[in-house]
Design a protein around this ligand. Sequence first.
Ligand code: PAF
Length: 284
Amino acid sequence: MRPEVVATIAALRARTRAAGSVAFVPTMGALHEGHLTLAREAARRGELAVMSIFVNPLQFGPNEDFSRYPRPLEADLDKAGEAGTHLVFAPTPDEMYPPGDQTRVAVPALARGLCGPHRPGHFDGVATVVCKLLNAVGPCVAIFGRKDYQQLKVIERMVRDLAIPAEIVGMPIVREPDGLAMSSRNAYLSPPERERALSLSRGLASARAIFAAGERDAAALRAAAHSPVAAAADSIDYVTVADPESLEELASAVGDRALVAIAARIGRTRLIDNVVLPGLGAAT
Ligand code: PAF
């Protein structure tokens, strides 16, 4: 069934306040199977399953893809409804950032590494919009994908630090059968670029394989992840082996768990992927 659509915070609050339990999936639309997995989880967990669709200008840099980011709202509503979403919040930029808006949320240490230096201001933009969305929705379970692993850690920290009444749930990365992590930005890839994009999940699979064979040297794990990407990508922002909680880069030996994260450009498209070792299945 098609979900009900509201565009104002007041209308959203009127619906969530009347609901028993609320499960919430924030998105920027262009929904794919990864989002729909989150939406189905929301439908399982909440009496009211809410999704937001808002391409947040604050989290895009001046040379990023804000204007060309796909916005297929009608198709998204159909998909959200099929996945069990009851209510979609689709605000205008003015509703989220009214005239005079100036408050920002920053989670500086967790935003410092990985994507931080390559996307200045991005995580402040994410933290600010997610804080506002969670305030608008009210007490809820909020469900995020682990593909944006750094985003998930930033949001978990923000929710704890600001005592926001939301339980944050991180769901496993959803992959295409050949391993490519699902992303709205995959739509930008030409067929040859898509083939080259597989180097990210292949790099992670190599790191996972040597970790499973006992390798604990951070440089060796990084090199295993790096080499397929170096051969296929047009440029690499980072291939990092880091502590999965602090996101601090690991210089020498890794412990029982390590985050291996990659950001690289294939053609004009910037892709990210990660695995938390030991990992489950194929580069999850
Ligand atoms: O992951 C996303 O799609 C966005 O960063 C989010 C969490 C919806 C905030 O705009």
